[in-house]
Design a binder for this molecule. Sequence first.
Ligand SMILES: *Cc1c(COP(=O)(O)O)cnc(C)c1O
Length: 412
Amino acid sequence: MQSETTFTDRSFSSQENSPLALKKIVSAGRGFWHDVSETDWNDWRWQMKHRITTVEQLQKFLPTLTPEELAGAQLANTKLALGITPYFFNLIDPADENCPIRRQMVPRLEETHTAPWEMSDPCGEDSHSPVPGLVHRYPDRVLFLVTDRCASYCRYCTRSRLVSNASGYDFHPEYDKQIAYIAAHPEIRDVLLSGGDPLLLSDEKLENLLSRLRAIPHVEFLRIGTRIPIFLPQRITPELCAMLKQFHPLFISVHTNHPRELTTEVRDALGRLADAGIPLGNQSVLLKHVNDSVDVMKALVQKLLMCRVKPYYIYQCDLIAGSAHLRASVAKGLEIMEKLRGHTTGYAVPTYVIDAPGGGGKVPISPEYVLCRNAGRVLIRNFEGKVFEYPETADGRPCGQPPKEISASELV
Ligand SMILES: *Cc1c(COP(=O)(O)O)cnc(C)c1O
């Protein structure tokens, strides 16, 4: 039967926000691109070439564009480029202005409002950069910026000053200098490739870079931070996986924020990476209208485990210029953590961190479980609010009294 395909031809319905529906793993579908051949659609270079990058394309594919979005899109290319792969675009719900995918990808006028406490380099990376494209903030590891390009651009990008090169930052990594610095610093045992998205490099370029890093004897551990498996699962080819596999121990951190991003396409791409022996972690950013809810975050972390990914970090949204409309409160983040720990699989519980403004690094924040602590005992509470005493002596050994639960009335 010939059915009329429109931009609403998607494999999900906007009504599907129940916890059960959030857990379903479905295809992103073909949406507007129903007549593109399978070969083209599954070719990552075709996806890159056909990204939505202009206001006109956005208006055509998303006729429900609001005035705030239209104004935002008109200004976007002077700040952080507009760019969305066709595959990922299909996850946008045209009927929902607050669609969690739309909020992450479609520019809004609010991006031009900068609060006094917001910054272009909120984590102070430039002041911790010994050579261009290298950030050395922690004693034993460095962040290696490989490129300023991504498959799609997140509106809250912490590195928007340099990513997409829209604001004239003129980012040019110099691999020779970056590698020479690492080789000259034997304390660096961990190199984290990021950007931009390192998996946008060709297999050959990436292999060359990884080989040069592996050739440095003191580099023990390699990591890639990427959102490609989510934006462009077509890029995760068997050839790429076979190439990456030569460089173990190699970990990959992906970036997902909402359970709807975990489609069958993404699950299969992540499966290919996992089958290549690559341990996978996920980093999320806590975002208003996207994942600032216990139901959404719980569905996300549980679905990640089903995709063989360990939830690693939840970031409090950095104080990046123009991000106030996407920022959720620390209180909300703590509430979510409170409802995860103990209530679901420990492997599913990430660490909630604030990347300290100005360059202090990641600081874990957690609901308070230690109620009181002195040389003789620790008083703790569990996820149900029950209070327990753990006795210990000054030398660290239990003092002989059995651990006991304390009733609320004993405490007051
Ligand atoms: C996040 C980050 C790292 C890696 O931190 P881990 O806690 O080891 O994941 C390294 N360098 C910089 C500059 C970072 O921002």
